[in-house]
Design a protein around this ligand. Structure first.
Ligand code: FAD
Length: 296
């Protein structure tokens, strides 16, 4: 089933999970176990990230197949265009389509530092190679019109965008090119999401904008992620995590989970179309969270 159809047919918010393809074979086995624990969440769909430049090409495909088997819900592999030629992207699109996947998270991507250093993925860009996610959306739709495409949205703006307004205009270009829904960058303050959705609607974007949510697992981790993505870490959350101390992982995890539960409850109560959980491939926090939310 396509995810856009799920959004229009289900009369309740959708719950989705994001995974990354592990580097090591052993960790793929661990992920299989994680997935088997996550079956009980009964996610509506799950997605698998793609290493920009093509570094995880095989693994993303492998893990997508594995999760389809384990979770039994639609799987959405991610695809980034950076470092790929048109020809490679056509081949990737055909591969994904032939494997039976109809949903793709469509991104530009950043080249990982290692790829830049080693020179892989740094081929000179062909003139007609897609530059932005909107170009990739157009390429994929032209190749297979039955693809359902998700794109990224940034409530606190993309770090490289000149302004939130120009970034929203670029999001609109992705939707106009054929994208079906958007998933946001992580955020910890719901006010930024609500303001963002309002601005998107005013700009003529009418597709579902799914909040992307990451439970804080430690103060160090959450500081790293918020700095990297340039999103605000609310002082209250930072203070709670700091008070728990670094040597009390259970308490820290509890605080992170409680924050996310409160966040998601408010989002859903305010009409968010669902929530997309950045699982970081960890079963425990995801299961805990979804169990608590199901009871709400
Ligand atoms: P775009 O939408 O192309 O935007 C990139 C920048 O260019 C923005 O600043 C935008 O404002 C600007 N821009 C867009 N169009 C134009 C134009 N025509 N002219 C001038 N400027 C323009 N990365 C991965 O490598 N793998 C993943 O699997 C992955 N999954 C992600 C999932 C989600 C939900 C999110 C939010 C991000 C994900 N990322 C992933 C990160 C993403 O690749 C980076 O944030 C990347 O820098 C931007 O990708 P994008 O698709 O948003 O790019």
């Amino acid at each position: 089933s396509t995810i856009s159809r799920l959004f229009s047919e289900k009369s309740r918010p959708l719950r989705s999970l994001e995974f990354f393809p592990p580097k090591e074979e052993l960790d793929v086995l661990a992920l299989k176990k994680t997935a088997s624990e996550l079956v009980k969440i009964a996610a509506d769909f799950a997605s698998v990230t793609y290493g920009a430049g093509g570094g995880t090409r095989q693994r993303t495909a492998e893990v997508s197949q594995l999760l389809r088997g384990e979770l039994g819900c639609p799987i959405m592999p991610h695809l980034t265009c950076v470092g790929h030629s048109r020809e490679e992207l056509h081949a990737l699109a055909d591969e994904i389509h032939a494997s039976g996947f109809r949903n793709i998270m469509t991104l530009r991507g950043d080249l990982p530092k290692s790829a830049v250093q080693s020179g892989t993925g740094q081929k000179p860009l062909e003139d007609d190679a897609p530059r932005y996610a909107s170009d990739l959306v157009a390429l994929l739709k032209a190749r297979h019109s039955d693809f359902c495409l998700g794109v990224a949205a940034y409530p606190e703006k993309h770090p490289q965008a000149a302004s939130l307004e120009s970034d929203i205009a670029h999001l609109k270009a992705k939707i106009d090119a054929g994208a079906d829904f958007a998933v946001t960058q992580l955020f910890f303050d719901n006010a930024v999401y609500f303001r963002f959705v309002e601005k998107c609607r005013a700009a003529g974007i009418s597709v579902p904008i799914v909040p992307g949510i990451m439970p804080a697992l430690s103060l160090a981790q959450v500081r790293r992620f918020t700095a990297m993505c340039e999103v605000v870490l609310p002082e209250k959350l930072a203070a709670q995590l700091a008070a728990a101390g670094e040597d009390n992982p259970d308490e820290v995890a509890h605080i992170g989970t409680q924050w996310t539960i409160a966040q998601v409850r408010e989002l859903l109560a305010s009409g968010a179309p669902g929530y997309h959980l950045y699982t970081l491939n960890r079963a425990r926090s995801a299961v805990e969270l979804c169990a608590a939310l199901a009871e709400a």
